[in-house]
Design a protein around this ligand. Structure first.
Ligand SMILES: *[C@@H]1O[C@H](CO)[C@@H](O)[C@H](O)[C@H]1NC(C)=O
Ligand SMILES: *[C@@H]1O[C@H](CO)[C@@H](O)[C@H](O)[C@H]1NC(C)=O
Ligand SMILES: *[C@@H]1O[C@H](CO)[C@@H](O)[C@H](O)[C@H]1NC(C)=O
Ligand SMILES: *[C@@H]1O[C@H](CO)[C@@H](O)[C@H](O)[C@H]1NC(C)=O
Ligand SMILES: *[C@@H]1O[C@H](CO)[C@@H](O)[C@H](O)[C@H]1NC(C)=O
Ligand SMILES: *[C@@H]1O[C@H](CO)[C@@H](O)[C@H](O)[C@H]1NC(C)=O
Length: 782
């Protein structure tokens, strides 16, 4: 009990375009390539005159269309052992050898060649062949009986402008056919029953322009053979002008064909009325079935008398049954209100792609009086409508209206408020020129398409029921605030001016599942990139999924990343975590500073530094003094001793040396240091001005701070080149090992040079003094 739907679309390209193949081929038996991993070799449009070889052996699909091949010779396809699909359309083939095609072929396209005679031998081995096209050749008949012994064939296309006859036995052998196309615009003879043995056909396309005009009986007999309730009938290229030419459709009515389409056809309104009336006759015979005619579909039809056609008044008796009318791209500029009042059962009205204006739509919708009581879907897309407030008033009383498509119209602004039917859930306002959204948008909306407008903001409108929002192709810089759209599940906002967004922006979209944000002007900051990459990575877990392809996410800035795919961007740690990095670095520096400090402290670095500093300063001072003092060396020796050994120095050393002959002059800090000067200066000064330094070593010396200085300065002097400057006198035996480690100089001195030991025995003291005097006097040039 299928409902009877009449479908009349038209104008469709029926033939593949005839290739502009060149007249002379240049390539002969060459190798064609490359072939892809699906074993498909595209050798189309290469000027081949013969079938080329290919680089792989097991090719499955070979496209040789649009070449200049003239012959298929016996061995041409020998190498193609596994070939399943062979496309030879748009060549110049005139002859085919009987044994060219082998048995494993599943699809063969020989359309648009120059075959004048068809031979059964070509097809004799093709038991597996499922698809065959022979359209557009020169043959006038289908050859001898049984040309197509093709039991597996599912699709067959044949015919050409020269085809004159289809005879009874032509299609013997074809049993399983599902799709048949016959090009018979100039068919002269058809033996009834020729196509009748193939049953049931799914789709039949018939080009019968000539017969429709000259021989309706021939068309009728074809229709009788092919039209079944299960078959979709496509009638192409016809010109239907009146009762006579529409006559054959009576057959389809009788056979209860469910679907008839007219393609690339021209009809007069008279013809249309006859067509519909033809069905009426049918229905009058079975009155109970009137309601089965529920759909009228016209597309791309140039209606010669548009006004009368769209009035439908000649078939007014039918209008009350219609549930769906599509008049798409049919130059309709008005549907009279009178017609609308009769369409009491109409649920779906598609008037898209016509010439409706605000004025004529007002007429068609009867000034908003709401006559189309059952209308659920109204499509007036792609017309010349300008006023949103007008359309809202016109549909206000259509209290079943669910879906309103007013896309591709000339709306430039949205009024502050509108009145819509409360049932409206789908509104398509895309491809207009809207700059702002206002509370004009109905609160009942669940799906709203505002794509491809000029919107820069989507604020200030709360749509609490909205589930799906299309905003692609606008100029938005931010995601709409989520709290305005609490039910939103799908958001499309591609091709806008969005820079970035983050988890916070998505937080308020409590229900959001799918997001498409590609083709925006992304600023590829670290946070953003990692956020997006994370969304891709965790698609399964995170509640929001980015459903558009990653290659649509490109960086717009920073400049070095411009044009790069966001999923391929490499950002360095420095760019991504500057604070962390700097603090780590500081921490590291601090720790290593402390470590170095500890090490230095352990190594008495401060002490050395102090020494160095004092020494440098003293050097400078002494140099300055040298300039003033003519004779800087005014002492023979500077005596360095600790307080503890003061007694020995004053009691023994000074008298012994200063009173010797010739007397030696000694510098003693107690006596010779200039008061008021820094002690270090004094020490340095004294050492600088003495030829030698005499160290009176004892345990207390080693532990005396100042002595250490003195020792050290003398060490520096050693470096100055004055190698003999130090004389060591050991007042009591001290082992080198008792000397603290940091006095490496002292230890070195003690091991590197002999030192004078203060003898405890009286008798050896004279020897000591003379040695000492000798050492102090020494060799001045040393
Ligand atoms: C449409 O039909 C006309 C004849 O009515 C024919 O010349 C033309 O080639 C057809 N166009 C297509 C695309 O089939
Ligand atoms: C095969 O190649 C032709 C020309 O080189 C091209 O136009 C066509 O799109 C290709 N076909 C396929 C399926 O790649
Ligand atoms: C085929 O020949 C035409 C003209 O002879 C030439 O313009 C075209 O480039 C050739 N195509 C190939 C693939 O060689
Ligand atoms: C509208 O119909 C005309 C023929 O009537 C056709 O040429 C045109 O391509 C169609 N437009 C669309 C958008 O389908
Ligand atoms: C309205 O018509 C346009 C153009 O024919 C089409 O793209 C769109 O899908 C239609 N809308 C509905 C809701 O049928
Ligand atoms: C809105 O209309 C446009 C153009 O007519 C169409 O491409 C788009 O798919 C429609 N939107 C929805 C959500 O159906």
């Amino acid at each position: 009990m299928g409902s009877l739907a009449m479908l009349w679309p038209a104008l469709f390209l029926l033939f593949p375009c005839q290739g502009q193949s060149s007249t002379t081929g240049v390539v002969e038996r060459s190798t064609c390539g490359p072939c892809d991993e699906r074993l498909f070799c595209n050798c189309s449009s290469r000027n081949y005159t013969y079938i080329p070889t290919v680089e792989i052996v097991d090719v499955l699909t070979l496209d040789l269309s649009s070449n200049s091949i003239t012959t298929v010779a016996e061995d041409d396809l020998r190498d193609y052992e596994h070939l399943q699909t062979l496309d030879l359309h748009s060549n110049k083939i005139q002859s085919i050898h009987d044994r060219s095609f082998s048995h494993q072929l599943l699809a063969l396209d020989l359309s648009n060649n120059q075959l004048d005679v068809l031979s059964p031998a070509w097809f004799s081995k093709l038991q597996s062949l499922q698809h065959l096209s022979l359209l557009g050749n020169g043959y006038r008949t289908l050859g001898p009986e049984g040309t197509f012994p093709l039991f597996s064939l599912r699709t067959l296309r044949f015919g050409n402008p020269g085809l004159e006859e289809v005879r009874r036995g032509d299609l013997v052998g074809v049993r399983q056919l599902n799709e048949l196309e016959v090009y018979g615009n100039n068919l002269k003879r058809y033996d009834p029953g020729s196509l009748g043995d193939i049953w049931p056909l799914g789709v039949v396309t018939l080009h019968l322009r000539g017969p429709f005009q000259d021989d309706p009986a021939l068309v009728s007999s074809i229709f009788r053979d092919v039209a079944n309730p299960e078959t979709s009938l496509v009638v192409a290229d016809v010109l239907l002008t009146g009762k006579l030419s529409t006559g054959p459709f009576a057959v389809t009515n009788q056979q209860r064909t469910r679907s008839i389409m007219l393609r690339n056809s021209t009809l007069t309104d008279e013809a249309i009325v006859y067509l519909l009336k033809g069905h009426r006759t049918f229905f009058e015979a079975r009155r109970t079935r009137h309601e089965n005619l529920d759909t009228v579909y016209f597309r791309n039809i140039q209606v010669i008398d548009a006004y009368r056609f769209t009035s439908f008044l000649p078939v007014a008796f039918l209008l009350k049954y219609l549930r769906k009318i599509s008049l798409i791209n049919c130059t309709v500029f008005v549907m009279p209100c009178l017609t609308s009042t009769l369409l009491i059962n109409l649920e779906h009205l598609d008037l898209s792609g016509n010439l409706l204006s605000d004025l004529t739509l007002t007429e068609s919708l009867c000034h908003g009086k709401g006559y189309l009581k059952k209308l659920r879907v109204l499509n007036v897309s792609d017309n010349a409508l300008k006023s949103l407030s007008l359309i809202s008033q016109l549909v206000f009383r259509l209290d079943k209206l669910v879906h309103l498509d007013i896309s591709q119209n000339a709306y430039t602004s949205m009024p502050p408020a509108c009145s819509w039917p409360p049932t409206l859930t789908h509104l398509n306002l895309s491809w207009a020129k809207l700059r702002r959204v206002t509370p004009c948008l109905p609160q009942s909306l669940e799906v709203l398409d505002l794509g491809h407008n000029d919107l820069t903001f989507f604020h200030s409108v709360s749509l609490r029921a909205l589930r799906e929002l299309h905003l692609s192709g606008n100029k938005l810089m931010q995601l709409p605030p989520g709290w305005l759209l609490p039910s939103l599940e799908i958001l499309l906002i591609q091709s806008n001016s969005l820079n970035m967004f983050g988890p916070l922006d998505l937080l308020h979209y409590r229900r959001l599942r799918e997001l498409q944000v590609g083709w925006n002007r992304f600023v590829c900051s670290c946070e953003f990139v990692s956020f997006i990459v994370k969304m891709w990575g965790e698609a399964a877990e995170s509640s929001v999924e980015l459903v558009d392809r990653p290659e649509t996410y490109l960086c717009d800035s920073p400049l070095p990343l411009q044009g790069q795919r966001l999923d391929k961007v490499q950002l360095s740690a420095l760019e991504c975590h500057p604070v962390l990095l700097v603090s780590t670095l500081c921490g590291f520096t601090l720790v290593s500073g402390i470590l170095v400090g500890i090490v230095l402290w352990k190594l008495h670095a401060m002490w050395y530094l102090k020494m160095m500093w004092a020494w440098l300063k003293a050097k400078r001072n002494s140099r300055r003094q040298k300039r003033w003092n003519a004779d800087p060396l005014c002492y023979d020796a500077f005596v360095s001793y600790s307080e503890h050994d003061e007694g020995w120095v004053e009691e023994f050393l000074v008298p012994e040396l200063e009173n010797s002959q010739p007397p030696l002059s000694l510098c003693l800090h107690k006596r010779d240091f200039l008061p008021g000067h820094w002690i270090v200066d004094n020490i340095i000064n004294a050492m600088e001005r003495s030829r030698r330094t005499l160290f009176v070593l004892s345990e207390s010396f080693v532990h005396s701070e100042w002595c250490r200085y003195e020792l050290d300065f003398s060490h520096f002097r050693l470096f100055d080149g004055n190698t003999d400057a130090a004389i060591l006198v050991l007042l009591e035996p001290i082992s080198k090992d008792n000397v603290p480690k940091r006095f490496c100089k002292l230890r070195k001195l003690m091991s590197s040079r002999t030192y004078l030991e203060w003898p405890t025995e009286e008798e050896r003291r004279n020897e000591f003094w003379s040695n000492l005097r000798l050492a102090v006097r020494g060799d001045d040039t040393g």
